[in-house]
Ligand binder design. Sequence first.
Ligand code: S3P
Length: 170
Amino acid sequence: MERQQLNKLVLIGFMGTGKSTVSMLLSDKLGWKRVDGDEEIERIEGRRISDIFACDGEAAFRKIETKVLEALLSDEEPAVIATGGGAVLSEYNRELMLKESYVVALKASPDKIIARVLSDTARPLLQGDAAERVYVLLEQRKNAYDFAHFTVDTTMMTADEVVAAINENW
Ligand code: S3P
């Protein structure tokens, strides 16, 4: 599909790269609605992401994540969609995103990510030594976000600057 015909912009990136904040500002700028995959999962399931992981495990969470992604991408309304950091781990999800949306990856340095996620203790994959977990997961996901149409390194940027950079390339 031609990029001009797309009415979905998907933000991907590791936890703490700024997807939620950027999605809010970007949706305002484009005049599109904003949806957050994780919030949608919690709304549909009626429970927290951490409870889904604790009760049903990560594999069950990933299945729900794919179903929600499919639903969000097949909706007719133009939308900026912020995904959870692991939504890119499935090849099916990656292909779906590339087919149905303009995919923007947000990156940040490990230090910046750790500073951002340490204030939020709800992430199930960062329990225990969160900083150590970030390094391990970053290594495991080294190239996981490279498939995006466009990538922004947010380490030294304000959210407004990130939005401007995306908007110029959109
Ligand atoms: C995850 C990231 C989280 C959430 C879940 C799993 C991941 O979303 O989907 O805890 O695997 O990276 P954020 O990236 O919004 O924190």
